[in-house]
Design a protein around this ligand. Structure first.
Ligand code: ADP
Ligand code: MG
Length: 289
């Protein structure tokens, strides 16, 4: 990808009736069931749902790491059957090569493709500049903070010139302050390159801040419970959190997620302790008379 590239016309992901069943030691898990969703070229889409609902499974299907047991998955009309550099993944766990410095990490995919040294150094430096890491190109991963490692991961993914970026809870291990900064870095990068993004999180405000659309998933087996457009103005910045519509969408998503989180822990009958009858129980029923 040239660093000044504009909106892409490819990177159209379509899942139709996708189900994934895992069988492990005769134990069968239906991870996701009948999922149909779409990511348009250049769109930022988030999967939001409780732990274990199948978010990573769907991302792995799109990456080409996991084959669906039912349904179809295509990119630009072509079935996805294996991983490809046009769909790059950034995981929550920092997956940098510890024996390579920052620039060499970013160059890695280009080296695998046989790009000449000078060209790949130039590309790596450009993406390190964009992610604010120019001063650290000779550092090794162990010398970096978590937020810096994830920025290297994003720079490394982008250097491969992907049409689709897949991010699986990339900021999940970061402290709250670093997380907010990285959200801004990511939205700025997306605004600039406009590649298709599938982002996974269970953080509602992160999903709203970043996305064009959010798919809310049900508890296992994961299905699409709701599709929520995020019509907040772009480009987004710190002030976006203060927009009138933000709180409204947040409440809506919180309600949807709460239902599923309760279902996921089998606790749909959790009593509401604000209820007067619970605060002042009926004396007859508590004495067992
Ligand atoms: P999420 O990312 O939403 O937390 P996952 O996609 O990781 O959820 O997992 C969904 C369900 O599928 C879970 O019950 C998980 O244990 C199961 N699962 C995921 N991957 C495998 C696998 N490779 N083998 C067996 N079960 C799996
Ligand atoms: Mg996951």
């Amino acid at each position: 990808m040239e660093a000044n590239s504009q909106m892409s016309t490819c990177g159209h992901i379509r899942l139709s009736g996708v189900g994934v069943r895992f069988t492990q030691k005769r134990l069968v898990t239906q991870a996701v069931s009948d999922v149909s969703l779409e990511i348009s070229p250049g769109e930022f889409v988030t999967l939001l749902g409780p732990s274990g609902c199948g978010k990573s499974t769907l991302l792995n299907v799109i990456a080409g790491f996991v084959a669906p047991t039912e349904g179809s998955v295509t990119m630009d009309g072509v079935p996805i059957v294996e991983p490809h550099a046009e769909r790059c993944v950034v995981f929550q766990q920092y997956s940098l090569f510890p024996w390579l410095n920052v620039r060499e990490n970013v160059e890695f995919g280009l080296r695998m493709k046989g790009v000449p040294a000078q060209k790949r150094q130039q590309t790596a430096r450009e993406f390190l500049r964009i992610t604010g890491l120019s001063a650290f190109e000779c550092h090794y991963p162990e010398q970096l903070s978590g937020g810096m490692k994830q920025r290297v991961g994003i720079a490394r993914a982008l250097a491969n010139n992907p049409s689709v970026l897949l991010l699986d809870e990339p900021f999940g291990a970061l402290d709250a302050q670093t997380r907010v900064v990285l959200q801004e870095v990511l939205t700025n990068i997306w605004q600039r390159f406009r590649i298709s993004v599938l982002f996974i999180t269970h953080d509602i405000s992160e999903a709203i801040f970043l996305s064009d659309r959010v798919y809310v998933m049900t508890a296992q087996p994961g299905k699409i419970k709701a599709e929520v457009p995020i019509p907040l103005a772009r480009p987004r910045c710190d002030a976006s959190f203060e927009e009138a519509g933000f709180r409204e969408i947040q409440n809506h998503l919180r309600h949807l997620i709460r239902e599923e989180s309760l279902r996921a822990i089998g606790g749909a009958d959790i009593p509401d302790l604000r209820d007067d009858r619970l605060a002042n129980p009926d004396p007859i029923s508590t004495t067992g008379a």
